[in-house]
Design a protein around this ligand. Structure first.
Ligand code: SAM
Length: 242
């Protein structure tokens, strides 16, 4: 069975997304490495290269999960602060354990909340990141509008997300691989086929690079650009609150 998201209502999508991440939280980090062959690390490092964190910056890491982006950001910035926000508490619990083990707890806050209704005042953060999160949000445009609101003037948005391959033959090959292999691997390794079926379906439905760039601009961001990663399997979108 799979979820068939075309027919479900908005609040059902939100509930199912939480169900997926609650069930994978304790295995999330290892599954990321296994499923991507470690490539997600290269993409996250590429995100940091473009972002170029600076000392003292305040980051809001939305859908931050177990904290991958925040840990990288803080290491590169040298000193700074990150607020990790996620709708699934069990993901944050895993992240907090990692922070304690790395003795980085002082630089981090963990907040349960929704990307579409951030519990922060306007003009609060220097940087807003969302990595493999906005695809799961019921209304991505609402999340981008919220990003714009909570960033300080001069603040930076950076989105890392799965995307579409501009080359149709490559996209067809990638679809064949992901729809057949990923759910089976999820079943074998995590005993959870449905969560990984959701993963591949949500990737295929997410807007392509140019469409998403339009949404970033629509939220008010200036100097908006994107870069493809691994031929467009993923993409980075950057924008500024000017
Ligand atoms: N950012 C981390 C990373 O790159 O490894 C975690 C990404 S994980 C694939 C997606 C996360 O999005 C999950 O932890 C999930 O709970 C969170 N999420 C889904 N919908 C959300 C929403 N509306 N608001 C905040 N977080 C959300």
């Amino acid at each position: 069975t799979h979820f068939g998201f075309e027919t479900v209502r908005e609040d059902e999508k939100a509930g199912r997304v939480q169900g997926v991440f609650s069930s994978v939280a304790s295995k999330y980090d290892i599954m990321n490495d296994v499923m991507s062959g470690g490539v997600h690390r290269i993409w996250k490092d590429a995100m940091m290269d473009w972002l170029a964190p600076r000392p003292g910056q305040r980051l809001l890491d939305v859908a931050g999960g177990t904290g991958d982006i925040s840990f990288r950001f803080l290491k590169r910035a040298g000193r700074g602060h990150s607020t990790v926000l996620d709708i699934t508490e069990s993901m944050l619990v895993e992240g907090r354990k990692r922070a304690e083990a790395a003795q980085m707890s002082d630089s981090l806050d963990w907040v349960v909340g929704d990307a579409m209704a951030l519990p922060f005042e306007a003009n609060t953060f220097d940087v807003y990141t969302i990595s493999f999160g906005i695809r799961n949000v019921t209304r991505p445009q609402g999340a981008l509008n919220e990003a714009y609101r909570v960033l300080k003037p001069g603040g930076r948005l950076m989105v890392l997300e799965f995307s579409q391959l501009p080359n149709p033959m490559m996209q067809a090959a990638y679809d064949a691989y992901s729809f057949n292999v990923i759910p089976r691997m999820g079943q074998m390794i995590a005993g959870d086929r449905d969560s990984y079926q959701y993963l591949v379906e949500s990737i295929r439905k997410f807007p392509d690079q140019e469409t998403f760039l339009g949404m970033v601009r629509e939220a008010g961001f200036g100097n908006a650009k994107y870069r493809n990663l691994t031929m467009g399997v993923a993409a980075l979108h950057s924008g500024w609150k000017l």
